[in-house]
Ligand binder design. Structure first.
Ligand code: FES
Length: 106
């Protein structure tokens, strides 16, 4: 099962096993981790699941859709590695990925 390492806003790290077919957002919400609010429940319409995908993990996910890009465009603190965690679905090829959860004021 893929492992997602969440680098949390308070500087701590949490590693979670996330089943294939679930998203990085699912892994956070289902384990009550802080920082990923996911107001829309994963339908790519709220952008409250913003994360930074670490360089060594970016190849694990496909390119963002236009819908995701449109939402990311208007976020504060957006970086080239910014993604919406609900759109980052784990596949059988993924072993471990690492994401950084921005603080609420990022
Ligand atoms: Fe709403 Fe990701 S949970 S856009």
């Amino acid at each position: 099962m893929p492992t997602v390492v969440y680098q949390l806003p308070d500087g701590s790290t949490s590693s979670v096993d996330v089943p294939v077919g679930q998203s990085v957002m699912d892994g956070s919400v289902r384990n009550n981790l802080p920082g990923i609010v996911a107001e829309c429940g994963g339908s790519c319409s709220c952008a409250t699941c913003h994360v930074y995908v670490n360089d060594d993990s970016s190849a694990a996910f496909g390119e963002p859709t236009l819908e995701e890009q449109d939402l990311l465009e208007f976020l504060d603190g957006v970086q080239p590695c910014s993604r919406l965690a609900c759109q980052l679905v784990l596949t059988p090829d993924v072993d471990t990925v690492t994401v950084t959860v921005p603080s609420a004021d990022a």
